[in-house]
Design a binder for this molecule. Structure first.
Ligand code: FE2
Length: 299
């Protein structure tokens, strides 16, 4: 298998969709060339390609779609969020987990039920990754800010109380972000302590909802997916929670947690094996497609 990538990063400031799309356009040909070289294949050896059709930033999805048109190969449209979940299941061999899916734009607690991935809880405002990045940007760290917050948090264990916002099965981060900015501006608190408290509070919220979904669905497996799950403290807290419940915790290598090509390819292949026919023309994008809108008939 070959799983190449080129990621868009900035020194300071956040992600700008048009710039990220330009980055995709600039690198897509060289990545394909390198992938063919590494796998010893030619373009006409390939039966079909899978691409991320949604959800996501319109300009970035369009850069992918245009590449599909340029290649003139049959294609299968893959939902990006579901691909995160499928790759976690394939790599970790989890059978029927509750999935805690945490990325920049998405934060959902999902379980498979009746032909769909159903969302049992989710963020009411922003994804936990964007929340981490927003605070990182506010204090002058670049994009992605999550890993830098994680590094800062490692050097503190001084907890400062922050708004803990779980509403039913949903969570919200905006109140905590406002409070963090106020505390930072007051100059009375160390950045490390704020980073530590931010992680402890937001990750506890995520795991509370994940745990309740496990209890409700009577499931004995928790799986993590999405880039925020690369955070070592989130992994540790997930392991503690599952151990206390006598459940299992499945976490793939970071390579399969962050956005990656293999997850799209493997999900496309799963779909193909279960009867999805590759299309020949008119690839589409679905920037707002929700996880529970996709009929999953390949599991
Ligand atoms: Fe993603």
């Amino acid at each position: 298998m070959c799983n190449l990538k080129k990621s868009f990063t900035t020194e300071s400031g956040g992600i700008i969709p048009i710039q990220a799309a330009k980055h995709h356009e600039k690198h897509r040909d060289e990545l394909l060339k390198e992938a063919l070289k590494q796998t010893n294949l030619k373009l006409n050896d390939i039966d079909f390609i899978a691409y991320s059709a949604g959800p996501g930033l319109g300009p970035c999805l369009r850069a992918g779609k245009e590449f599909v048109e340029q290649l003139k190969l049959p294609f299968i449209e893959v939902n990006h969020c579901i691909a995160h979940l499928e790759v976690t299941k394939i790599v970790t061999k989890a059978k029927d987990p509750v999935l805690l899916y945490t990325s920049g734009a998405n934060t959902q607690i999902i379980a498979y039920d009746g032909g769909k991935y159903r969302i049992f809880g989710e963020t009411l405002d922003q994804g936990v990754g964007n929340f981490l990045d927003s605070f990182a940007r506010y204090i002058g760290l670049g994009f992605p800010g999550g890993p830098k917050i994680g590094k800062l948090a490692e050097s503190s264990n001084n907890y400062i109380e922050l708004p803990y916002s779980v509403k039913g099965m949903d969570i919200s981060f905006t109140g905590m972000l406002t409070k963090l900015k106020q505390l930072y501006d007051s100059k009375k608190y160390k950045t490390e302590d704020l980073a530590y408290s931010l992680q402890e509070t937001s990750f506890a919220m995520l795991l509370e909802v994940a745990e309740r979904a496990m209890a409700h669905c009577n499931k004995k497996e928790l799986a993590l997916g999405g880039g925020v799950a690369c955070n070592s403290r989130l992994k540790e807290m997930a392991k503690i929670m599952t151990k206390e419940r006598n459940a299992k915790c499945f976490i793939p290598e970071n390579e399969f947690l962050v956005d990656n090509a293999a997850m799209i390819a493997l999900t496309g292949y799963l779909m193909y094996k279960k009867g999805t026919k590759p299309k020949k023309s008119n690839p589409k994008i679905y920037p707002y497609q929700r996880t529970d809108q996709v009929k999953v008939d390949w599991d």
